[in-house]
Write a protein that binds this ligand. Structure first.
Ligand code: FMN
Length: 196
């Protein structure tokens, strides 16, 4: 399958890094279209010490990308801006309240907002990993609007019951949950077994 992954300027760049690494290693995935928003670059620098858009993928993946292609958020003529491109779905990870607002209201004024709009109109899975706290009523309304249009609101809330030893492991397990939701159960993902 082909997937689109967008990163926006909300806190939680490490979640996206772990998802991109997992998708690069996943044989079921043919191509990943990766779109960083302009403002995500600021957060990437703050949180991961990764600066600039040049060589961004290699810095995030820790190796040259084999199947992930970086697209510019200002390129509204990119492949994923059209419903004719065979994308299996889109993940926005993390999703800022600004990008949530654009998607919820169908602005389609950037590649991320347009690709999300296309994903919804084509009735494909759209996963919005929102991150903000606390939420105001505008945020809540935009989440409801997006969910009503077919998106899944998948907040960046990692699990603790798997006892992660550091933030990378916590982020990896969260990314595993997101990918499982889109049909890509990951090897090594923690699965709660209960008391058997
Ligand atoms: C370090 C940092 C952390 C931020 N964290 C959040 C956040 O968790 N959620 C959010 O909605 N915005 C957050 N912002 C603000 C967004 O980056 C800002 O609203 C931006 O306009 C979003 O643009 P984008 O959606 O195009 O990426 C943060 C900004 C910075 C610099």
């Amino acid at each position: 399958m082909n997937l689109t992954v967008a990163i926006t300027g909300a806190s939680g760049a490490v979640f996206c890094r772990e998802a991109l690494r997992a998708l690069e290693a996943d044989d079921r995935v043919a191509q990943v279209s990766f779109v960083p928003s302009e403002n995500s670059l600021r957060v990437l620098a703050e949180e991961l010490g990764v600066s600039g858009r040049n060589g961004l993928l290699e810095k995030l993946l820790g190796a040259p990308a084999k199947k992930t292609v970086q697209l510019s958020d200002s390129d509204i003529g990119a492949s994923i801006a059209s419903g004719s491109y065979p994308s299996a779905g889109m993940i926005v990870l993390p999703c800022s309240m600004g990008t949530l607002a654009a998607i919820a209201n169908g602005l389609a004024n950037s590649l991320i907002a347009r690709a999300a709009d296309v994903t919804l109109k084509e009735r494909r899975p759209l996963i919005l990993c929102v991150r903000e706290t606390p939420f105001n009523r505008i945020h809540l309304r935009n989440m409801t609007l997006s969910a009503d249009a077919g998106a899944t609101i998948f907040p960046c809330i990692p699990t603790l019951y798997n006892k992660p030893v550091n933030s990378d492991e916590m982020a990896r397990q969260f990314a595993n949950r997101v990918l499982a939701h889109i049909g890509l159960q990951q090897p090594g993902a923690y699965v709660w077994k209960g008391e058997e």
